[in-house]
Design a protein around this ligand. Structure first.
Ligand SMILES: *[C@@H]1O[C@H](CO)[C@@H](O)[C@H](O)[C@H]1NC(C)=O
Ligand SMILES: *[C@@H]1O[C@H](CO)[C@@H](O)[C@H](O)[C@H]1NC(C)=O
Ligand SMILES: *[C@@H]1O[C@H](CO)[C@@H](O)[C@H](O)[C@H]1NC(C)=O
Ligand SMILES: *[C@@H]1O[C@H](CO)[C@@H](O)[C@H](O)[C@H]1NC(C)=O
Ligand SMILES: *[C@@H]1O[C@H](CO)[C@@H](O)[C@H](O)[C@H]1NC(C)=O
Ligand SMILES: *[C@@H]1O[C@H](CO)[C@@H](O)[C@H](O)[C@H]1NC(C)=O
Ligand SMILES: *[C@@H]1O[C@H](CO)[C@@H](O)[C@H](O)[C@H]1NC(C)=O
Ligand SMILES: *[C@@H]1O[C@H](CO)[C@@H](O)[C@H](O)[C@H]1NC(C)=O
Length: 785
């Protein structure tokens, strides 16, 4: 069974060295003694008479202290036994042999962490023996407890394992908590090594077994032989016999963290080590290649789930297959996960009869979500009255009905979630080209242009949608990520549209409360403008909006589409709009303003580049930025440019309402791209920096009426402090302020191609990318007015 790894040449060197004494002398540790873990690496210990072994505290990294026994004379102080591998203790903790004979480990607050379960009460003294055994003895010097009887992962010469004794591998080389392998002499006489159902300690598959039924003891004798004996003492199985002198070498057999039962030796003194390294050398290892030995269709193996194990001289190494990454980059043993993430979509009153495989109760919804999230078989979790049932696909016999109650939490892929074919990209291109051609051809009057613009806009939309419909007629129906509200429900939620939050040309917004959802507050936006004729079109746009999910966007929760009642239901933002925050009585702090500027940039970056379907907002202004509970900026009304075609086209031509924020290309008949948002963002950024509206008719000086103009002049004249006269915070951070002004000036360049992308803006704001001196934004003002 044993497999020799190396035949150490120095074995012969020491065969003839004189015998040293084997005397079992011991120093007595009297009742009332104690040791304290000290943070200055100065903890004392109890050593054996020969000094080979010591008992006491060892510091484990920064994590705390381990109460342990170790080889004290060698450099790496190899630990052979420990009391609290699962529960390291802080400095100040104390191990004590009390006057009553109790042996215990308490942390600094006096909390009991561990104690020796000694038989009988007559402990008279303790002793660290030269064998590495720490014993509690009674008055007649017989042991009432010893560390050899409670092994952790290592056995030493003279140590014996009896039936039902176990060794547990530690988790990693430096983490002493119980890992995923177990060596045990079973009561049926079979000596086995198992993988465990980590983090539980129950066994899984055996990857080593002597298949004996008379095994009685595992003996590691003082000459360094490891074998299994029967009750009558006969050797049933020699596990490791490739031994070298125990006089000149320390020996140990450890169930290593990599799953191998390894017998190794270490020279006792430097003098005896001529030609051999001052380190542990393996003599035998069982199994020899753990990666090939662990088989079976369950368990996490040597490397964790979804991982690959390969073996070389140093032991096994773990790596992830393509498309997977480490769950925890600092802990390869945790295994791998698929390299994409999931999120949940809720559906109320929904369930399936089939597919369930695990049920938990009572739990809360967060727990249910997390459990399903962590379990790759879980496709849906049904949560109802504190009960969580996990289901795997295929899901049979699904139903939606108010009598069902509860909700289905559907796990969907976060990125690359492509239920809907990506028609919009081609559509966008067609549209801008057409706008350009149309506008150039009919260049007589601005008004005519406007009409033409509208018409082409509409025609192209029609065509695109017809195309989309042909390709995938069920695309919205199969999409389940938004809640479908009835008009009645929303009427009740808003208390018959009682509290108006705001009103624009296209919609009126009311506050609502969803009673069935624990009274969650929502904003219900009733669209005034008539949106598309059929609900498929409406739902397609709405579900595209609903698919977005970013912490700097206001999340769409659901919609209502019942004839003339077309409404969108959003999360409620408790802190109102950026406009009222920025231009209100109290000036928000500079730090808050910076956070907001960055938040908006990130939200826009997501819309432009990161979400499934790229969205150009077309109407960035402080009224469309809302603030949540923590004053984080949340962009609202995105995606409406498409939903409310007619109305949006009007406002974004800069004639009404949003004057000042629109990019010059709207009027210069250039194609409309994401760069229009960059322009608006630039203006908004200036407003955020200076807490001032872009256009102030009542300004002291005519030069100061238009903020962008004034800011650029001041920047050019190196005179920015003139702008924040009363803003002391800003004066203290003038470098950063100046940088922000420069970014804003880059954003409002008249030539769209000079404006940075949102990604670059975010990087500049974060300070990752340097900001160069911006050119004059040119005649942008004349193009607006
Ligand atoms: C340790 O204490 C026991 C009991 O009190 C005594 O018999 C023994 O001689 C002591 N050993 C040493 C080395 O002091
Ligand atoms: C350790 O303790 C000794 C004596 O108690 C003291 O002289 C020494 O400075 C301590 N070492 C550290 C690192 O604190
Ligand atoms: C050791 O590993 C276990 C299991 O992963 C973990 O729970 C524990 O925090 C780790 N301990 C230390 C000290 O890192
Ligand atoms: C010993 O255990 C192994 C693994 O569980 C098993 O395959 C084998 O049959 C057992 N042998 C005996 C004699 O019980
Ligand atoms: C240890 O076991 C081996 C093999 O059975 C035997 O040759 C040797 O004498 C034993 N040594 C001791 C000290 O019992
Ligand atoms: C010891 O026990 C084993 C198994 O029970 C048996 O095969 C062997 O013959 C016995 N040896 C002696 C000397 O009794
Ligand atoms: C996982 O995804 C990240 C980013 O999406 C990528 O950088 C990384 O290379 C991927 N890893 C593997 C193993 O596919
Ligand atoms: C999305 O999937 C495609 C093909 O399956 C792949 O090429 C692309 O890298 C994926 N993108 C992300 C962000 O994972």
């Amino acid at each position: 069974m044993a497999c020799p790894l190396i035949n150490l040449p120095f074995f012969f060197l020491f065969m003839f060295l004189p015998f040293s004494t084997l005397a079992q002398t011991s120093k007595n540790i009297s009742l009332g003694s104690s040791l304290t873990a000290l943070n200055d690496d100065n903890s004392s210990s109890w050593t054996s008479p020969s000094g080979d072994f010591a008992f006491g505290f060892q510091r484990i990294g920064k994590d705390g202290f381990l109460l342990a026994i170790w080889f004290d004379k060698i450099k790496d102080k190899t630990i052979v036994w420990s009391a609290n591998g699962d529960n390291l203790v802080p400095g100040g903790s104390k191990v004590e042999l009390s006057n009553g004979g109790e042996f215990m480990l308490n942390d600094a607050t006096g909390k009991r962490i561990w104690s020796a379960q000694s038989i009988g009460l007559g402990v008279a003294y303790a002793s660290m023996l030269d064998t590495g055994n720490f014993v509690l003895a009674d008055r007649s010097s017989s042991n009432v407890w010893d560390s050899f009887g409670e092994p952790t992962d290592t056995i030493l010469p003279a140590q014996i394992l009896n039936q039902n004794d176990k060794l547990f591998a530690r988790y990693t080389a430096t983490n002493y908590s119980r890992g995923r392998f177990m060596f045990s002499l079973q009561s049926d006489g079979n000596l086995t090594i198992y993988t465990t159902k980590f983090p539980l300690e129950t066994n899984n598959f055996a990857y080593y077994a002597t298949s004996t039924n008379t095994g009685f003891q595992v003996i590691f004798n003082q000459s360094g032989y490891l074998y299994l004996t029967a009750r009558n003492g006969s050797v049933l199985n020699m596990i490791s016999s490739n031994t070298i002198s125990t006089q000149n070498f320390y020996h140990k057999v450890t169930l290593e963290h990599d799953g191998a039962l390894r017998h190794s030796a270490h020279p006792k003194t430097a003098a005896s080590s001529a030609g051999s390294p001052m380190a542990w050398s393996p003599l035998t290892s069982e199994p020899s290649n753990i990666c090939l030995t662990i088989e079976g269709d369950a368990g996490s193996g040597a490397c964790g789930y979804n991982s690959l194990c390969s073996y070389n001289d140093e032991g096994p190494t773990c790596q992830c297959p393509y498309g997977y990454t480490l769950i925890d980059p600092n802990d390869v043993l945790k295994g791998c996960k698929q390299n994409f993430s999931f999120e949940f979509r809720e559906m109320q009153n929904t369930e399936w009869s089939g597919g369930g495989y695990e049920q938990f109760t009572p739990v809360d919804e967060d727990w249910c979500r997390q459990n399903c999230f962590d379990d790759c078989f879980c496709a849906v979790a049904i949560f109802k009255n504190g009960e969580c049932e996990k289901k795997r696909i295929p899901l049979s016999n699904g139903r939606m009905d108010p009598t069902v109650g509860g909700k289905a939490l559907i796990k969907v892929r976060k990125d690359n979630y492509t239920l809907i074919p990506e028609v919009p990209n081609t559509k966008k291109k067609d549209r801008s080209t057409l706008i350009l051609i149309g506008s150039v051809l009919l260049s007589s009057s601005g008004f005519l242009n406007l009409i033409l613009l509208l018409t082409t806009y509409l025609i192209v939309f029609r065509i695109a949608y017809r195309k989309a419909k042909l390709i995938q007629p069920y695309r919205v129906i199969s999409d389940m990520n938004l809640r479908h509200f009835t008009y009645e429900e929303l009427k009740n939620a808003t208390n018959e549209f009682e509290e108006e939050l705001g009103r624009g040309t296209s919609a009126i917004v009311f506050k609502g409360v969803l009673a069935p959802d624990n009274g969650k507050s929502v904003a219900v936006k009733c669209l005034v403008a008539r949106v598309g004729e059929n609900d498929l079109e409406f739902k397609a746009e709405v579900s595209a909006i609903g698919r977005t999910n970013h912490r700097n966007l206001v999340q769409l929760l659901g919609f209502c589409y019942e004839g003339e009642h077309q409404m969108l239901v959003y999360e409620f933002m408790s802190n109102g709009s950026l406009a009222s925050f920025l231009f209100g009585e109290l000036r928000p702090s500079w730090c808050q303003r910076r956070q907001i500027a960055l938040g908006i940039a990130r939200g826009l970056l997501y819309l432009h580049e990161e979400c499934n379907r790229k969205i150009v907002h077309c109407d960035i202004k402080p009224q469309n930025i809302l603030l949540d509970d923590s004053f984080a900026a949340r962009i609202s009304d995105f995606g409406l440019a498409k939903l409310l075609k007619i109305d949006q086209t009007l406002t974004t031509t800069g004639i009404r309402g949003t004057k000042g924020y629109v990019a010059p290309e709207w009027l210069n008949r250039l194609p409309i791209t994401a760069k229009v948002d960059i322009y608006s963002y630039g203006i908004l950024l200036l407003e955020i920096i200076f807490c001032r509206k872009h256009f102030e008719a009542a300004a002291e000086d005519e030069d100061q009426m238009i903020l962008a103009d004034w800011a650029y002049d001041c920047y050019k004249q190196n005179n920015l402090h003139q702008l924040f006269k009363n803003d002391h915070e800003a004066m203290h951070d003038i470098k950063k302020m100046e940088k922000y002004v420069m970014i804003a000036i880059w954003c409002i360049q008249e030539d769209p191609s000079l404006r940075p992308t949102m990604k670059k803006v975010a990087l500049m704001l974060e300070g990752t990318v340097e900001v160069s001196a911006p050119p004059d934004p040119c005649s942008f003002i004349s193009s607006i007015l």
